[in-house]
Design a binder for this molecule. Structure first.
Ligand code: COA
Ligand code: HC5
Length: 626
């Protein structure tokens, strides 16, 4: 019995009977255990690749200096070798040498607000309802759809995903429901209640800044139907008509240290503490938003993307959120829908799989109900607002307003082609798009920049991401040649193909655990853990340039025709997310207004032009016979 209890620690959450549970433990665990462990790449290989990746983005002098530092770092018996041994030792002792470090470095110790700086957003196709009835009916169906997906998590019928023919780690699916980030003074944490003895059976619904606990299961464990959820949502709506409430949720948008302090103040009060706890525990959250200000059809998508990321500010829907909550669906009365999610728990793809399932589900006709059972009133989660908390809310509002003013975001549907065209040219669509981005950036700035593209490490147990550095000497040669009158069209074609192939080769290395970014991070953290002084390669200008990602990009494909977005990771940079479909591509581009040198619209226009120019180039000129 003890052995069983110990094993349940790894079980996926769910409302399961013990027998089913045993089966679940073994199947989930068997799959997870069969996955390879994340390797530590050979030191020299990573350093060689690092030097190569620096070439297009640093000066020759900087490069020469770094080469020397790298050589010193890797001398036999030197600090590099020692740190590498430390890492290899860590890899032997842990399930994944990187995952905990990554969680802390990329998320929990990151002090900037989660809004814009960390939480990604997603915009769904506009729904065709225009009134309250439609809004609540869609929200009810959406809730039922998530619960339908949750069955697959609970009873482990989620199909194992594959990449490059290899099975992927499925752990992230067990982190996205019933979880929440919690602010801390130096470091945050993430709590997950799905593994509790009695997993949560409620969701949080928020309307007019008022939070409600909505039970979504009957006492026999069966989920509420769409009609039943609809009735409950109506009750919530009708009991939260006042619009003069303090937007307590806006506290979650603040700088993490400020929020951690305010969190302490807020949760001194037992009523507040219990309400926060119920939000954290809930399976997920649904935000019933007030209508958004009317904008022209032309700017609608870009405008609503902002709404999904931040809620529009204290006077609009930002108080209708708990930005620490892992998963928040947003449904507004005018048919705008989407979500915002807290990133620490999972990457985009598991969220997208859930969204695709939910959107398919909402298209199914509802079952006709035979009579309604009376259901209790959803519980209002009350907050006692002291003058101190009110002042914290005011400060958070002001701060958020500045952040919102600063966000420059645009979405673009590139209608001319999708994956179909690069595929017809026997080229990787992802690499094709990345090269278009390189060309667009070069045409604006006349130089290449450190470029980040997310690569999945889920081939490995508990794998998250590594970095594909899309700016290479090959990409630079291509973008330089593209507008150069002295280069023949045939040479341009060859350079484009070579750049694409080199990017695709990088991608293959990255998803097989052979990129260098996480390895270098590991060596740096190992140095901190071993209390050795920071090696010079990490104190070097080239390293700072390499880590200053002016282009932060990510491909997130989906079956639903949606667009995803996130903020830039540096003050003078861009965030670019794209969803390549068969015959069009959805893009989002973000930047900061406070940076005079960047403009989301400008990059988006150049991107469109670059994609078109690359197609013309390939269509008009046959591949050189090698
Ligand atoms: N000729 C013809 N077709 C090709 C081709 C070629 N040379 N190369 C690729 N293709 C096809 C593929 O077979 C695939 O076909 P499909 O549409 O039927 O699936 C399609 O083109 C897409 O392939 P490609 O564009 O090369 O990209 P990819 O799907 O391999 O994705 C990454 C590349 C880097 C995005 C992916 O490996 C990855 O890591 N994804 C996760 C990223 C992530 O986690 N993002 C979120 C972070 S929160
Ligand atoms: C719903 C789409 C989410 C995409 C989020 C994403 O790509 O996040 C990246 C995660 C990672 O580890 O690479 C980080 N990035 C936004 C900075 C690219």
């Amino acid at each position: 019995m003890l052995a069983f209890a110990a094993r349940t620690a790894v079980r996926p959450p769910g409302l399961l009977k013990p027998r089913a549970l045993m089966k679940t433990v073994s199947r989930f665990k068997a799959h997870q255990d069969s996955l390879p462990r994340l390797p530590v790449p050979p030191l020299q290989q990573s350093l060689d690749h690092y030097l190569k990746a620096l070439q297009p983005i640093v000066s020759q002098e900087e490069w020469a200096q770094t080469k020397q530092l790298v050589e010193e770092f890797q001398t036999s018996g030197g600090v590099g070798e020692r740190l590498q041994k430390g890492l290899e030792c860590r890899a032997k002792k842990s399930e994944n040498w990187l995952s905990e470090w990554w969680l802390k470095t990329a998320y929990l110790q990151y002090r900037q607000p989660v809004v814009i700086y960390s939480n990604p957003g997603l915009l769904l196709p506009k729904q065709d309802f225009v009134d309250l009835q439609g809004q609540l009916r869609f929200a009810a169906k959406l809730i039922e759809g998530v619960l339908d997906f949750k069955v697959m998590i609970d009873n482990e019928t989620l199909p194992v995903e594959h990449l490059g023919g290899k099975p992927l780690c499925m752990n992230q699916y067990y982190q996205i429901l019933s979880s929440c980030r919690v602010p801390g003074p130096k470091q945050d944490s993430v709590v997950n209640f799905g593994r509790d003895k009695k997993p949560p059976t409620h969701i949080t619904v928020v309307h007019n800044y008022q939070f409600f606990e909505l039970e979504v299961y009957h006492s026999d464990g069966s989920p509420l139907t769409t009609d039943q959820i609809f009735v409950q949502l109506e009750k919530i709506w009708n009991s939260s008509l006042q619009t003069n409430k303090e937007p307590v949720g806006i506290l979650t948008s603040n700088h993490r240290n400020s929020w951690a302090k305010a969190f302490n103040t807020l949760t001194k009060d037992k009523v507040n503490r219990d309400s926060v706890r119920r939000i954290q525990q809930s399976i997920f959250m649904v935000c019933l938003d007030a209508p958004m200000p009317r904008v022209s059809d032309h700017t609608y998508r870009s405008h609503v993307a902002g709404q999904m990321l931040h809620g529009g500010g204290g006077h609009l829907n930002s108080g209708n959120r708990w930005f620490d909550k892992t998963l928040q669906f947003i449904v507004a009365e005018d048919g705008s829908c989407g979500l915002v999610y807290e990133h620490a728990a999972a990457e985009g793809p598991p969220i997208i799989t859930l969204v695709d399932h939910v959107m398919e589900f909402t298209k199914k006709p509802g079952q006709v109900q035979s009579g309604m059972v009376p259901l209790p009133m959803p519980k209002k989660l009350r907050f006692n607002i002291t003058p101190e908390i009110k002042s914290d809310i005011e400060k958070a509002k002001q701060n958020l307003s500045i952040m919102i003013q600063d966000l420059d975001i645009t979405t673009l549907v590139f209608p001319h082609f999708g994956k179909d065209f690069p595929k017809s040219q026997k080229l990787s669509p992802d690499s094709f798009i990345q090269m278009a981005l390189q060309l667009a950036y070069y045409r604006i700035y006349g130089q290449a920049c450190a470029t980040y593209e997310s690569a999945s490490l889920r081939m490995f147990h508990l794998g998250r991401t590594d970095t594909i550095r899309s700016a290479s000497m090959d990409s630079l040669a291509f973008v330089r040649a593209m507008d150069d009158a002295g280069t023949t069209e045939q040479q341009k074609v060859d350079l484009l193909r070579k750049a694409i192939q080199s990017h695709r080769a990088y991608t293959d290395r990255a998803i097989h655990g052979e990129a260098f970014d996480r390895h270098l991070l590991g060596l740096k953290l190992q140095a901190i853990e071993d209390l050795v002084s920071m090696p010079d390669i990490f104190m070097d200008t080239s390293y700072a340039i390499a880590m200053h990602f002016n282009l932060s990009t990510s491909q997130v494909p989906s079956k639903t025709d949606c667009v995803m977005f996130f903020g830039p990771v540096v003050p003078d940079g861009y965030g670019v997310c794209y969803n390549p479909r068969e015959s069009h591509i959805n893009f989002s581009v973000s930047a900061y207004n406070s940076c005079a040198e960047t403009s989301a619209q400008r990059l988006a226009q150049h991107l469109e032009q670059a994609l078109l120019d690359m197609r013309v180039l390939l269509q008009h000129h046959l591949q050189a016979k090698l």
